[in-house]
Structures are given as C-alpha cells and as structure tokens.
Design a protein around this ligand. Structure first.
Ligand code: CAO
Length: 418
C-alpha cells in the first residue's frame, strides 16, 4: 500500500521533543526523514533519562521512529557542502534550534531558497517576533507563557503545568500541519515557503477557551466555575478552575472504590443536562428530577458542590470501571482516570496500533505510542529509531550519489564522525 507522503524527503534538523514529534509524524505518513546529528553526540535526548546504560534512552527512541540518522558536522566546510547537496534533494527542512542558530551556521532562509527554491523551511521557536523572540524555550516555559499554567490547578494554589506535552508535542503537531499545507500549496505555486510555529502560540491556541472566559468576565461571573457556587468573587483574569469541566456541562473528578490506596481510583463525571433524569435515578435522588431547585441547569449551578457530593456518595461504592459501565448504559458521559500502567496494558490500544511494542538492537523490546492519526489508505508500520549515524554511508551513496573515493575522503575529514 502506498503511503500518503511517499516521495517527500525531509531533512530533519530537529532535537529534543518539539521538532522530533513533527518529523516522526511525517515519517509515519511515509516521508523519507533523514535526521542530521552532531558526530559522536547526536540528539541530546539519546543520553538523557537513561534507564539502561549505554543505550539510546526511551526519550529518544519514542520520538524518532521511522527515521534515518546521519552524523554530520554542519559547521565545517565539507559538512556545509554535504548539507547543501542534501538541501538540493530534499523537499522540507525542519529545525528547532535556538533562535539564530541556522543563520549562524550559514543557512539563512535566503540562502536555502537560493539552493532550492522548492524547499519548505519549517521552524519551531519558543516565541514569535516580539520581546522574547531570542529566548530559548522548553516545554514548561511554553506552558507558562502560553496561558496553560495560569489557568491550571486549584484556585487557591500554585499555577500548575500539565503532564500532556502541549508545548513540545502540541507545537510539533501544529508545525506538521503547516508543512503539509505548504507542500499542498507548492503543488500549485511551484515554490516553497517558510513555516513557523511558536510554542507560545501553540499553547495559547490550545487554551482558546480560557481566552474566551477572559472576555466573558467583563459581563459577569463565570457561572460554571466552582468558585461561583462557593461565593468566591472573580478577579480580573481567568482563574484556575481546578477540575471543573471546560464547557457548559458541569463536571468533576470524583472518588471511586479504593481511592484511599489507589491514586487513580477516580472518575470524571459530567452532569450533562440531557441525562440529568438518569443521573438522579442512578444515584438514588429521583426527587431532584421535578424539584425546581435542581431540575434546570441554571438552578443547579450554585449547588454543584452539594450535587457532586451526592454523586460521589454513589461513585465511592463502586470501582471506576463499574461506574463507567453503569453510566454508559444511560449515556451519561464519564471517564475513568486511567493510569499509564492501565493504558500500557489496554488491549484495544494495542489492536489499533496506538500503543506498539518495538524491538531495538541495543535496548531490546520497548513500548511506544504509535501514530494517533489513522488514514485508511496509508497504513503505518512503526519502525524503531535509528542508531546514531546508522545511515550516514547509505545516504551519501544512495541519495547524494557520492563515489566510494569521495566518501573515503569525507570519512577522513572527520565531518561524519569516526
Ligand atoms: N553540526 C554542527 N553544529 C550543530 C549541529 C551539527 N549537526 N547541530 C546543532 N549544532 C549546533 C547549532 O548550530 C548551535 O550552535 P550555535 O549555538 O553556535 O549557533 C548549537 O549546536 C546548539 O544548538 P541549540 O542552541 O539549538 O541547542 P541548545 O541545547 O543550546 O538549546 C533548546 C536547546 C531546545 C533550548 C533550543 O534549541 C531552543 O530554544 N529551540 C527552540 C525551541 C524548542 O524547540 N524548544 C523545545 C525543546 S523540547 O522541550
């Protein structure tokens, strides 16, 4: 079966998480992704958070599937010549260096266009143009600068960062969409273009509903926030909403059987208006159905603490899976809090390829998250990440058509490592 991005070649100058997420997606869709790494060093994540000595870390292996790796010192003249030849043969160059690094290397956007006018240059930076454009940025900085941290956590506690990598992987996803869109436009225009995704912008895009709430504040309190029912006044910025549901249907995280010992024995329970009657029946409060104090969503808003307490009396007597089964029967939207252990053992995720087991020559078998985006005509086979420089010779020989003599000469120069 052909793959969606068959025939697209990507020069992957990415490292750490944000850029590699993007190029991994392109590789899963069939692009030939060639990762360029510093000789002898490679992507810093190869050696970070290692669980086993002297093998590529899970950090690296889980972000660099289906890619080829070449070692190349792109600051040396011979390395620059090879990079120039690679730019000529590639469709996309993706990078997430610190601001200015590509220019310092001698490969400005103008220079890249001169070498290959069809090239799409895609970059992730922490910030777009403005006061912070020169700053280096990691995940949690982006979460803080993009509005996620100020709106996450409990009202009376510190701002919180989330475990979801919305700054890195989120921005990688944004960039991937920009790249395929630029490739689509190239079909008509014949030329490439520059695609940029700033991590602050990506996080803010994912926090869109919080900017919605910021504007609503001018017109009165946010009635679906718990603090409204608790009589706590709102200030002038969108507050932290704890585990309140983001939409107009109030929800909370409630204890389930075993919560005293199991940190994940909880359920997310949404009191969707459409199924309010069923909720009253299953929790043993049928009288609430016809009581004006409880029967309408508006009447319930100031009483959410009391209502969720009653629901929790019921959920605490059942496991999170029992609550899920019962509620699903009545179309009540609930979600068990699933631990990483439970997710890693979930058969249905294995069946769809969302969780995959890979083998690796030096580390052995490991679990990874496969492609979460499914295309019916572009099946993905998840391949292990490459060893450092595993494909250097193959790329020089088969893609750049260098002769054996040229390759020997390059080898002796040191620009592709030992
Ligand atoms: N050959 C020769 N030199 C190379 C090379 C190669 N193959 N690959 C990289 N380099 C050089 C770069 O050119 C740069 O050199 P200069 O500093 O002299 O210009 C140097 O290596 C370091 O690159 P860097 O500044 O990008 O890396 P860093 O570790 O200092 O910073 C990071 C890392 C992530 C903070 C920074 O790259 C950044 O802000 N990136 C943009 C935002 C981003 O993607 N952040 C997400 C990271 S995941 O949390």
């Amino acid at each position: 079966m052909s793959k969606a991005l068959d025939g697209i070649r990507v020069l992957d100058f990415t490292h750490v998480q944000s850029g590699p997420t993007c190029t991994q997606l392109l590789a899963w869709f069939g692009a030939d992704v060639i990762k360029v790494e510093r000789p002898g060093v490679g992507d810093a994540t190869r050696g970070q958070l290692r669980d086993k000595p002297n093998v590529d870390s899970l950090y690296f292996t889980m972000l660099n599937h289906n890619k080829r790796s070449i070692e190349l010192n792109t600051k040396e003249p011979k390395g620059k010549k090879i990079l120039t030849d690679l730019i000529k043969t590639c469709d996309v160059l993706v990078e997430n260096f610190a601001p200015g690094a590509l220019d310092r290397m001698g490969f400005s956007w103008e220079k890249i266009q001169e070498i290959n006018p069809k090239m799409v240059l895609a970059s992730i930076k922490g910030f777009g143009p403005g006061p912070y454009e020169d700053c280096k940025v990691y995940e949690n900085i982006a979460q803080c600068a993009g509005g996620a941290a100020s709106t996450t956590g409990m009202l009376d506690d510190l701002p919180l960062v989330t475990g979801a990598q919305i700054g890195d992987s989120g921005t990688g996803l944004h960039l991937a969409l920009g790249i395929v869109t630029a490739l689509f436009q190239r079909e008509k225009s014949g030329t490439g273009q520059k695609v940029t995704a700033a991590m602050q912008d990506g996080v803010l895009n994912l926090c869109r509903v919080k900017l919605r709430d910021q504007q609503r504040l001018a017109f009165g309190p946010l009635e679906e926030y718990s603090q409204f029912g608790e009589g706590i006044p709102f200030k002038d910025a969108t507050p932290r909403a704890g585990n309140d549901s983001g939409g107009g249907q109030p929800g909370r995280i409630l204890k389930c059987k075993g919560w005293e010992n199991d940190p994940d024995a909880y359920i997310y329970f949404i009191t969707q208006a459409a199924v309010w009657g069923s909720i009253c029946d299953i929790i043993g409060k049928p009288e609430w159905k016809d009581d004006d104090e409880y029967s309408t969503p508006k009447a319930r808003l100031p009483k959410l603490n009391e209502i969720f307490k009653e629901i929790e009396f019921w959920t605490m007597k059942k496991t999170k899976f029992e609550v899920t089964d019962i509620c699903n029967e009545y179309d009540i939207p609930v979600g068990p809090i699933l631990s990483m252990k439970e997710l890693s053992e979930e058969q249905s995720l294995r069946d769809t390829g969302t969780i995959v087991e890979c083998d690796h020559p030096t580390r052995g078998p490991y679990l990874s998250v496969g492609n979460p985006i499914k295309l019916s005509n572009s099946q993905v086979e998840i391949q292990r990440s490459p060893l450092l420089g595993e494909h250097t010779n193959e790329v020089l020989r088969d893609i750049l058509d260098y002769s054996e003599a040229e390759i020997k000469d390059i080898e002796s120069s040191g620009v592709i490592g030992d």
